[in-house]
Ligand binder design. Structure first.
Ligand code: ATP
Ligand code: GCO
Length: 161
């Protein structure tokens, strides 16, 4: 979890590969209307996010039953995280990419081909309610190093094959 540009997709994909688990991209579950709204530079509201979060919550329940997965999802507010947790049906392991705002801005200004632009960063940070639990990663370190930290600090093992 974390705001746009914090590295959820980048780190999440690497983590899933390391663990031998499926990776799910939360952005892929947004409605076309939500994507169009963000692409036009308008932040989503709680109402806009409700259906998206309900879909992801249901997905988490299914993915847990199927053996686990890594989900990249902004999950900016505590209420959003509670929705996701309720759907999962077992305690989720939260990894919060708590990246410095200046680093975030630089990343988003350089990222190509993504609808979420740097001018949305302010609203993302304003909406963010930092969790008081989970693993918080604050280092501006390479993605592989962040994955090392997740695996070590959460004591994660590759899925049995
Ligand atoms: N640890 C990192 N070090 C350097 N660059 C990174 C790191 N993590 C991500 N990046 C780069 O920052 C940009 C944003 O990363 P990414 O798309 O993974 O973020 P995100 O949180 O999934 O964003 P969004 O929510 O907007 O989809 C990408 O260009 C990515 O290559
Ligand atoms: O809750 C939100 O505002 C959204 O999930 C955003 O975080 C975007 O999906 C993502 O950042 C796009 O790249």
């Amino acid at each position: 979890m974390g705001v746009s540009g914090s590295g959820k997709t980048t780190v999440g994909q690497l983590l899933a590969a390391r663990l031998g688990l499926p990776f799910h991209e939360g952005d892929d579950f947004h409605s076309a209307a939500n994507v169009a709204k963000m692409a036009a530079g308008h932040p989503l509201t709680d109402d806009d996010r409700a259906g998206w979060l309900a879909t992801l919550a249901a997905g988490l329940g299914e993915w847990r039953t199927a053996g686990g997965a890594v989900l990249a999802c902004s999950a900016l507010k505590e209420s959003y995280r509670q929705t996701l947790q309720a759907g999962a049906g077992a305690p989720l392991s939260w990894v919060f990419l708590d990246t410095d705002p200046a680093v975030l801005r630089a990343r988003l200004e350089h990222r190509q081909g993504h609808y979420m632009k740097a001018d949305m960063l302010g609203s993302q940070l304003d909406t963010l309610e930092k969790p008081t639990y989970g693993l918080h990663l604050t280092d501006d370190a390479p993605p592989e190093t962040l994955v090392d930290q997740v695996v070590t600090r959460l004591h994660l093992l590759p899925a049995a094959t």
